[in-house]
Design a protein. Structure first.
Length: 419
């Protein structure tokens, strides 16, 4: 971003701060929030990994129907984000570079978490929020050390160093709440933990950490450790580590080849628990929430499981909206880090004009409340560079109006969090 653009953004931001403090804000869904005197303190950022406009539209048709609207689309402010990385060899981002742009305001190369294009460590928002006195948390259906959360809470040159990322959670960024999959990276080889090595559904899984027993270290550091839904429900307020799978909390495969989306604890439940813990801090919090299934099943062009993942995400947004309805100091943002699958939504037809696998179309799927049907068609098993929609409500949400680089999300979140 050039200097004049930055100055312009600052002016817009200052105006918006003044407006949000002094005047009531009329939201598009007819909810009036009397924001006089309300200070912005907290952020809930919800990432549908790999989710762009077609994923949202397919989910709208499937879950809400032609005249319906998803909770994520009822947020009163919407805009677009570009997702380009700063990578010498590719124009299309991965999740690590995309999340680093969000977490640091700096575009970097694919694979980097929290470091710049020269490998230099950057200030990351998860650690900065903690240093500012906020509580912090991350909730995901991926490994808790996967690229998106990793970029907010660690600095590594290579996203695949997930055991090192876990170690940095305990020694560097210290998030209060860590919920998701990825137990394999927290335990050394030969220590299976709560989730057995070589399970039938994926014999390649097994503990493989090289940084010692990090679950035990977390316990020593005051984390309450849980590994199933019952333990999570009864966990006390305070530092919380929950690992609910060896790797992702689902099995990402092509349709009919052992693909499963049935997380042992759903994303909405994990998010509700995280909000209960983090909301106890009067200084506010930063919470990153991620539905990973959208991306992983888009890589496999598996539309049935993408729609299940989108339903999980939608229920999670409903939980977050219920929270911000009674906490007007909290900014809620729903977006995706990049598009995956080159997905589009089409009419049913007798022929698939885009040919056979991997770009074969999926469906038809019913349009909710209608006799009509639609198909989901893919153009790639990789990521694409199209824009992602962003929707938001709460303090400074209006700054998401328009089209911005993904680093803009960082700039807005940093303002709300006072860092
Ligand atoms: Zn991906």
């Amino acid at each position: 971003m050039d200097f004049s653009h930055r100055r312009c953004l600052l002016a817009v931001a200052v105006t918006a701060v003044a407006a949000s403090v002094v005047t009531p804000v009329l939201l598009a869904d007819s909810t009036t929030v009397a924001s006089r005197g309300v200070r912005a303190t907290s952020v809930i950022l919800i990432n549908g990994d790999g989710m762009a406009a077609a994923h949202r539209e397919a989910a709208r048709l499937y879950l809400a129907g032609l005249d319906g609207q998803l909770a994520m689309d009822r947020l009163p402010v919407s805009g677009q984000l570009t997702t380009s990385p700063h990578d010498p060899s590719t124009a299309v981002t991965d999740s690590a570079a995309a999340a680093t742009a969000w977490a640091t305001g700096v575009r970097t190369y694919n694979g980097a978490t929290g470091v710049d294009v020269d490998g230099r460590p950057l200030a990351v928002l998860g650690q900065q929020a903690k240093a500012a006195g906020k509580s912090t948390g991350l909730v995901t259906t991926a490994q808790v050390t996967d690229a998106s959360p990793a970029a907010f809470f660690s600095r590594t040159a290579d996203r695949s160093a997930q055991d090192e990322i876990a170690r940095q959670y305990l020694t560097f960024s210290r998030p209060d709440v860590v919920l998701g999959g990825g137990e394999d990276w927290w335990l050394p080889r030969g220590t299976p933990g709560a989730w057995p090595d070589k399970p039938a559904e994926d014999p390649s899984e097994g503990s493989r950490g090289t940084r010692g027993d990090l679950v035990e270290q977390a316990r020593r550091d005051g984390y309450h450790y849980v590994s199933n839904a019952e333990q999570l429900a009864s966990a006390p307020r305070g530092r919380l580590l929950g690992l609910f799978a060896n790797e992702e909390m689902f099995q990402q495969r092509p349709e009919g080849e052992g693909d499963v989306y049935s997380p042992p604890v759903d994303l909405a439940t994990m998010t509700g628990k995280a909000l209960d813990v983090l909301g106890a801090n009067g200084k506010g919090f930063f919470l990153l929430v991620e539905e990973e299934g959208v991306d992983e099943f888009s890589h496999h062009n598996n539309a049935t499981r993408v729609l299940q993942s989108m339903r999980s995400l939608e229920r999670t947004v409903e939980v977050a909206r219920a929270y911000v309805a009674t906490h007007p100091d909290t900014l809620l943002v729903v977006t995706g880090d990049h598009e995956c699958g080159g997905l589009t939504v089409e009419n049913t037809s007798d022929t698939d004009e885009s040919g056979s696998a991997p770009s074969a179309e999926d469906g038809p799927f019913p349009v909710h409340g209608s006799t009509l049907r639609f198909v989901m068609d893919w153009t790639t098993t990789g990521h694409t560079g199209v824009d992602v929609p962003v929707t938001a409500e709460g303090p400074l949400a209006e700054l998401f109006t328009g089209k911005h680089p993904n680093t803009h999300l960082h700039d807005v979140l940093a303002r709300v969090l006072g860092i």
